[in-house]
Design a protein around this ligand. Structure first.
Ligand code: CU
Length: 134
């Protein structure tokens, strides 16, 4: 049984440890999040999607990120093995990343992106989920 004093000391130490961990001395890959900006059907079994990368601490979109790996699959519907094509469709002057994803089945699809971000040594990887109609 801890005394109140001991409990407060333990709590204080944990609080300090937590604030040290959270100190933004260096950006981390977990400081970023991919977000869907828009989706629209692009012909039979195809969906056009625009995604942006946001720096979570200040909520600002990141420009200059270079996506070097993508994956599309139906993981959100329990069909992670059902992969598909992901084709970049436009340059990214506005910081948006646009892709045409093959969506041969109606339902929820996941687009997973791996990117290099200026000033960030770690690879930033994240997924967005979007709906495709048929
Ligand atoms: Cu499927």
């Amino acid at each position: 049984m801890l005394s109140n004093f001991a409990r407060n000391v333990v709590f204080g130490v944990l609080t300090i440890a937590a604030s040290i961990t959270a100190a933004p001395a260096f950006a981390a890959a977990s400081d970023y999040k991919f977000e869907v900006v828009s989706t629209q059907p692009a012909g039979p079994a195809k969906t056009e999607i625009a995604v942006r990368l946001v720096h979570l601490p200040d909520g600002k979109p990141v420009s200059g990120a270079v996506v070097f790996q993508t994956r599309g699959d139906m993981g959100p519907e329990g069909m992670a093995e059902m992969t598909t094509t992901v084709t970049p469709t436009a340059a990214q002057p506005d910081g948006l990343m646009r892709y045409q994803v093959g969506t041969s089945m109606a339902g929820s699809w996941a687009l997973t992106l791996s990117a290099k971000v200026p000033g960030e040594s770690q690879t930033v990887k994240g997924s967005v989920t979007f709906k495709a109609a048929q």
